[in-house]
Design a protein around this ligand. Structure first.
Ligand SMILES: C[S@@+](CC[C@H](N)C(=O)[O-])C[C@H]1O[C@@H](n2cnc3c(N)ncnc32)[C@H](O)[C@@H]1O
Length: 274
């Protein structure tokens, strides 16, 4: 292994361990239930269909074969896991840095929990998954929190685990895409209200609203967030569209669409094992 490669591997190991130690999102992260057509989420409302539900219909329903064996990275509380099962998966293999109990995923899945094989990861090899056994790959809301070191290792492993022709989708972060949507006037809820109210109520109200977990801040991400060296657990890594496409292509995938579907804050890349 070259010096550069082993440096990348040790960076990935440090990052993975710091994520575990931080014990983020106890009880399991859950923003929205993708099966529920109109549930509110941090992506705000989308007229008569929630963004999670739209993604479920556009990505999972058409591209996941019936009775599929699915690999999911970062299931958290299981929002997408349940949607995958609801969409017809026979088995979901979920890999997360935190334990099944920590994420409360069985509670969320109920009877469907029998269709989930869950593993706590110690590295990015996906060694618990048989080679060429996966019909569909899914990861929503997890790769946005991983640096390029972790992502590259996962992508190389996923390629071994997926069957030829299998489709996959990864939600990732891109700073330009993110800032483009949050600077859209329609998204600037806090600033508009604080401007309309004026001081002192406006700034106070803005502060109070930013404490409310249902009304998220829509601040522009500062340029320094392009830096990948700070591995604070839970931060967004804006690895960007080009990196994701190059990384998947280098591993041997065909990139079907680097900007799939209307997730205008955190894009989704669609790929296929050829
Ligand atoms: C923001 S939550 C998203 C949960 C779920 N996918 C959803 O969309 O509701 C991110 C999840 O990814 C997990 N995670 C973070 N880094 C990971 C890694 N390197 N490998 C596997 N899971 C990871 C976290 O523990 C957490 O459960």
């Amino acid at each position: 292994m070259g010096a550069n490669m082993s440096d990348q591997k040790s960076k990935a190991a440090v990052e993975l361990q710091s994520f575990k130690d931080a014990e983020l999102w106890k009880g399991g992260f859950l923003d929205c239930d993708p099966i529920n057509p109109l549930m509110w989420s941090s992506y705000t409302t989308n007229g008569f269909v929630s963004i999670y539900h739209a993604i479920y219909w556009a990505a999972i329903k058409p591209y996941m074969p019936q009775a599929a064996r699915v690999l999911e990275i970062g299931p958290g509380h299981g929002a997408w896991t349940r949607a995958l099962i609801h969409g017809g998966a026979a088995k979901v293999i979920g890999l997360d840095v935190q334990a099944r109990e920590f994420n409360g995923i069985d509670m969320w899945l109920g009877e469907d929990a029998s269709k989930l094989d869950y593993y706590v990861v110690e590295d990015m090899t996906c060694s618990m998954v048989e080679d060429d056994s996966i019909d569909f790959f899914w990861s929503g809301g997890a790769f946005v929190h991983m640096s390029k070191y972790i992502i590259s290792e996962y992508v190389a492993s996923m390629h071994k685990k997926m069957r030829q022709g299998a489709h996959g989708f990864i939600q990732y972060a891109d700073i330009d895409v993110y800032n483009n949507i949050v600077t859209n006037k329609a998204c600037m809820i806090h600033s508009v209200i604080s401007e309309v109210m004026g001081p002192p109520e406006g700034p106070r109200l803005k502060e109070a609203m930013s404490q409310n977990e249902h009304i998220r801040s829509r601040d522009v991400v500062p340029e320094e967030m392009r830096n990948w060296e700070d591995v604070s657990p839970g931060r967004y890594f804006f690895v960007g569209q080009r990196f994701m496409a190059e990384c998947l292509s280098a591993a041997g995938f065909e990139v079907v669409d680097p900007f799939f579907m209307p997730s205008l804050r955190d894009p989704i890349i669609h790929f296929r094992k050829i």
